[in-house]
Ligand binder design. Structure first.
Ligand SMILES: [Zn+2]
Length: 288
């Protein structure tokens, strides 16, 4: 009993020396009072990990992108504190509407919801909103959204973080292209959520490029993905390893940590945005 009391006292002292209990990085886990402290600790830097709900081959969960990007954001924010917005998956995924479980909101709603979400984040002190993208289909949506912030004044900056340094390939040759539910994404999920990966089903469908449309690289058409990967599978998940996933996640997490540090240090973007908004009110007054 005495032992226990001493232990409790020691813990109390540690708690007091720290000033406060450790703040969660997750928006939904903070109390209102702790949220204020979290925004201050993060210097107004908040992450919006962006996933999607779509088929991931025959062997990975529908929420693969969401699960993996949140895993990365949470590990990065533990190293470089930032507040993480809850689950977000209202992205561009029209090309998977023929597959079960896809949630594909209209283009108008995608943009409106994202704008109102970042506006609400900013109203709550997130003056640096970092969209951490985990879904390939957002490759045009997110830069467009960030660019559209110049349309009218905002008191915050939207940053889009996407991609990371190449990771050393572990093991033998892989089926290329490896763009969706193939070796890399399956490896990552083996490292983040091993019990959601059904390795025994990875060969149930083909992730090979079916090359059904022949157009020059300079021509874009929306059906290109369906033409090449109708099973919503690109690559071969059966060659995946946890070791490969751990290597990839380490590089992804490090990249996000570096991005958060650089964004915290960035005092130019908001200043220049404000200057730009003012000048765009009166373009004829802009010096030529
Ligand atoms: Zn994915």
């Amino acid at each position: 009993m005495r032992h226990w009391t001493v232990l409790m006292l020691a813990m109390g002292i540690a708690w007091q020396a720290n000033g406060q209990a450790k703040l969660s990085v997750k928006w939904e886990e903070l109390t209102a009072e702790d949220f204020k402290a979290a925004i201050s600790k993060s210097q107004g830097t908040c992450l919006l990990p962006f996933g999607i709900l779509e088929k991931h081959g025959p062997h990975l969960p529908l929420g693969t992108d969401l699960l993996n990007v949140r895993y990365v954001a949470e590990h990065a924010a533990q190293q470089e504190y930032a507040v993480i917005f809850p689950q977000y998956f209202a992205g561009q995924i029209f090309e998977a509407k023929h597959q079960p479980g896809t949630i594909a909101y209209s283009a108008e709603l995608q943009l409106r919801l994202l704008q109102e979400t970042t506006d609400e984040m900013a109203r709550n002190g997130c003056k640096k909103v970092v969209i951490v993208n985990g879904h390939g289909g957002n490759e045009h949506l997110l830069p467009y959204f960030a660019q559209a912030q110049l349309d009218k004044p905002h008191d915050y900056v939207v940053y889009v973080q996407w991609g990371h340094e190449a990771t050393k390939k572990v093991g033998g040759p892989k089926l290329e292209p490896d763009w969706h539910a193939g070796d890399s994404e399956t490896s990552n999920t083996l490292a983040t959520h091993p019990n959601l990966v059904h390795m025994d089903r990875a060969k149930n469908e083909s992730g090979a490029d079916q090359k059904r449309v022949h157009l020059p690289d300079s021509v874009y058409t929306g059906i290109w993905w369906y033409a090449r990967f109708p099973n919503h599978y690109s690559g071969d998940g059966s060659t995946a390893t946890k070791e490969q996933g751990e290597a990839d996640l380490e590089s992804w997490i490090n990249t996000v940590v570096r991005a958060i540090k650089a964004i915290k240090a960035d005092d130019q973007s908001l200043k220049l945005q404000n200057e730009f908004y003012q000048q765009s009110e009166h373009p004829l007054a802009t010096a030529q």
